[in-house]
Each structure stands twice: as structure tokens, then as C-alpha cells.
Design a protein around this ligand. Structure first.
Ligand SMILES: NC(=O)c1ccc[n+]([C@@H]2O[C@H](COP(=O)([O-])OP(=O)(O)OC[C@H]3O[C@@H](n4cnc5c(N)ncnc54)[C@H](O)[C@@H]3O)[C@@H](O)[C@H]2O)c1
Length: 339
């Protein structure tokens, strides 16, 4: 099997590459190496696996088309390349649009122009649902909880693109679905909540679970924006890659569909809870500073993952406790990467 991963040197992309390559599949990784840490991930992939690398910016249609043409026979494209931080999208919305909206459109167009038939799985985001201010939220045991929603946010929730990042990822999400409808391309969309795991170079602006873990291991202070009671459902990247593979294998069942993907209600966690978990596991006090809420930050987001369970038989296998242990272990073993 031949797999093309855009953004393949990013956190999720390099984990996909690693797992398929280990299995003996042919893996092509495409990335412009713009993200901090992506070169380190490429180095790691090259040292441990047999992969082909293409340095390419997805917003450059000519170059992307040539890369797709050269790999006409790929079975599946995992489209991960993106500008990933809401904050950066606010300071440079044009570039955010060029990468996320236009870059995705370029990929779809390249596939359509050459009349190729790969499966395309797109990494979308829960940000397509916006702030959801209509939902009643309560403060329970120092964490925010939905008052009336037992299973979290389902795919029937109305779309409400919020922030340039929400708009660019959301329009890409809709284009990917529509290319199944109008052109018959085998696409599916995964609206991801918070993914964490090894090879994640989390920073303050994106990848909070890894960012907190790296700070905790390296004895650096952590800034919490807001009160820290914010809740997210967290999913270990290994479980996400398992889902991606199931999605590819069952594309006939899910073509043109979107799924909310995260750790679900069993793996929800507040920022304060992660800090206390890290303190317990590392047996040390973490220095925490507080700063004002970031605009648009949701008090709680938990994915209802029952659609993926029902149609694909998928559910997370790695609990938040186990996943955080694995992440801590990776950071401890790789301290030199964060200097
Ligand atoms: N990590 C999460 O929690 C999360 C949550 C929701 C959605 N997502 C989505 O999942 C995907 C992967 O996220 P990640 O956490 O691995 O991010 P990441 O930043 O680690 O990886 C993205 C990769 O894309 C590359 N890239 C950026 N611009 C590019 C361009 N113009 N051309 C080619 N490559 C480019 C970067 O160099 C990087 O290697 C993204 O689409 C992101 O929006 C991630």
C-alpha cells in the first residue's frame, strides 16, 4: 500500500508515517518544514524508517500538482498540512487562508485534474463549531461541565466558524466533503478535538498537553490563560492513527461524511487536572502563572464520538492516564530536543 501524508513532518503526520512505514507500506511525506520541530521529526523518520520526503508548500499549486502527479498511484492521502494556531491566524489571516483553505483546495484540485482515485482523510477541527455560547455550562468540582449534554458535541451541531483559523479549516472541511458529493472523490473529514502524544512540540499557542508536559519535565513555569477549569477531551495520537486506518479501509461506508473525534467523555480533562496529574506523576510542584482568558476560548469542548463507534467500531484504547505516562516518558527520554 502507498500512503501520502501532507504535513508528514508534523506531530500527527510523523506518527502516521512511522506506523505505516513500520508495517512495510510505502510512505511519502510532504511538508514545507515551516513548523518548529518539523525538521527534528523528519530527521527521526529518516533515521528510523524508510520514507520518501518531498519538500513542498501546499499553497503553491504548481509544485503540489507536480508532487501529486509523481505519486499518482497512492492509495490514501492523509491531509495534515496546516497552519495550526488560532493566535497566528489572527495576526496573519491571509497566510492562514492560503495554507488551510487554498492549500486544501489545491490538493483536491490536483486529485480531480489528474482523475485520481485515492482516499483522502482530512484533519479538521472542533473549532468549526465556534464558541457554542447557547450551551449551559456549570462549574462542577473545579471543572466546567455541560449542564444538559450527556455525551458531548455531535456532528449534528450547527457549524459556526470562529476566528480566521476556524474559517480556513472550516471552509477546507466543507470543500473536502463537497468533492465527495460533486466529483465522487473518496473523502472523509475528522473534526479533531485535542490530540496529544510523542513527537509533539507543543507550545503555548498550540498543543497544550505536550506544552504542559514539556514544561513540567524541564521544570519551567506554566501560564494558564483563564482560570484553568477549561475542559477538553484528549486523545492519544496512536488511537487517532488507528482511526485513520479504519477510515481508509471503510471508505465505502463513510465517503463524504464528517466525524467528531477525540477522547470522548471518558477522557476529558481540565487544565488544572493535567497540572495536578503531572505534579503527582513527577512528584514535584509546578510553578503556575495566570493570565486573562484568550478571546474565543471555549470553557468546555468534549466530542461525542458515538458516530465513529457506531459506523467504524472505533473507540479510544489508551486512557488519558496511560497516554500522559507515555508522553512523560518520551519527553524525559528526549530532553535534548527541547533545549
Ligand atoms: N494536534 C491537535 O490537537 C489538532 C486538533 C485539531 C486539528 N488538528 C489538525 O491536524 C493536523 C495536524 O496537526 P499537528 O498537530 O500535527 O500540527 P503540526 O503543526 O505539528 O503539523 C503540521 C505540519 O504541516 C506543515 N505545514 C505547515 N504549512 C505547510 C504548507 N504550507 N505546506 C506544507 N506543509 C505545511 C508543518 O511544517 C507541520 O510539519 C492539522 O491540520 C491541524 O489543524 C490538530
Amino acid at each position: 500500500m502507498k500512503v501520502l501524508i501532507t504535513g508528514g513532518c508534523g506531530f500527527i503526520g510523523c506518527n502516521i508515517a512511522n506506523i505505516y512505514s513500520k508495517r512495510g507500506d510505502k510512505v511519502i511525506v510532504l511538508d514545507d518544514l515551516s513548523r518548529m520541530g518539523s525538521e527534528k521529526n523528519l530527521e527521526w523518520l529518516k533515521q528510523t524508517q524508510k520514507i520518501d520526503f518531498i519538500k513542498q508548500d501546499i499553497s503553491d499549486y504548481k509544485g503540489l500538482k507536480a508532487a501529486v502527479k509523481k505519486n499518482k498511484d497512492v492509495d490514501v492521502i492523509y491531509h495534515m498540512a496546516a497552519q495550526v494556531a488560532v493566535t497566528t491566524s489572527v495576526t496573519d489571516p491571509r497566510r492562514d487562508f492560503e495554507i488551510n483553505a487554498q492549500g486544501t483546495f489545491n490538493l483536491l484540485e490536483a486529485v480531480r485534474e489528474f482523475q485520481l482515485n485515492p482516499v483522502i482523510i482530512y484533519a479538521s477541527t472542533n473549532k468549526v463549531y465556534g464558541e457554542m455560547l447557547d450551551l449551559k455550562i456549570t462549574d462542577k468540582n473545579n471543572t466546567y461541565q455541560y449542564l444538559d449534554l450527556k455525551n458531548g458535541i455531535s456532528e449534528t451541531r450547527q457549524l459556526d466558524f470562529h476566528s480566521p483559523y476556524g474559517c480556513s479549516k472550516g471552509s477546507a472541511d466543507q470543500y473536502v466533503l463537497d468533492y465527495a458529493r460533486i466529483y465522487g472523490i473518496n473523502t472523509a473529514v475528522m473534526r479533531q478535538s485535542c490530540i496529544y502524544g510523542q513527537r509533539q512540540f507543543g507550545v503555548e499557542d498550540q498543543g497544550w498537553v505536550a506544552h504542559f508536559t514539556i514544561c513540567a519535565v524541564l521544570n519551567r513555569p506554566i501560564t494558564i490563560y483563564g482560570d484553568g477549569k477549561q475542559v477538553r477531551d484528549v486523545l492519544c495520537v496512536d488511537d487517532l492513527v488507528g482511526l485513520f486506518d479504519l477510515a481508509y479501509r471503510n471508505i465505502n461506508k463513510i465517503k463524504g461524511a464528517a466525524f467528531n473525534i477525540g477522547g470522548g467523555i471518558n477522557n476529558q480533562m481540565s487544565l488544572l487536572e493535567l497540572i495536578s496529574m503531572l505534579e503527582n506523576k513527577l512528584n514535584r510542584k509546578i510553578e503556575v502563572k495566570y493570565a486573562p482568558w484568550r478571546p474565543g476560548d471555549q470553557k468546555i469542548y468534549v466530542s461525542d464520538i458515538s458516530k465513529a463507534k457506531e459506523i467504524l467500531g472505533w473507540q479510544p484504547k489508551i486512557s488519558k492516564e496511560k497516554g500522559i505516562d507515555m508522553l512523560i516518558e518520551w519527553v524525559i527520554k528526549n530532553k535534548e530536543l527541547f533545549k
